[in-house]
Write a protein that binds this ligand. Structure first.
Ligand SMILES: [Zn+2]
Length: 69
């Protein structure tokens, strides 16, 4: 199982959609409980179709929050 600190949400910079690991993404065929690091590299945003690379974590390494601290 993933560490709780890895269960951070991730926001698409393109459309603002937030991926929630607790819920996963049904459309993207990602099971609930899948942390962002375990989401497939070919995952596409269910809203705008943007690639996984266009998502930024809301917490953890490389997150927006960390950059502003
Ligand atoms: Zn999107």
């Amino acid at each position: 199982m993933a560490n709780p600190e890895e269960m951070y949400q991730c926001q698409g910079t393109n459309c603002g959609y937030i991926y929630n690991p607790d819920k996963g993404c049904k459309k993207g065929k990602v099971d609930k409980g899948t942390c962002w690091t375990d989401v497939p590299e070919d995952y596409k945003c269910k809203v705008c179709g943007a690639s996984k690379k266009s998502f930024r974590p809301l917490a953890g390494p490389g997150s927006v929050r960390e950059e502003h601290s």
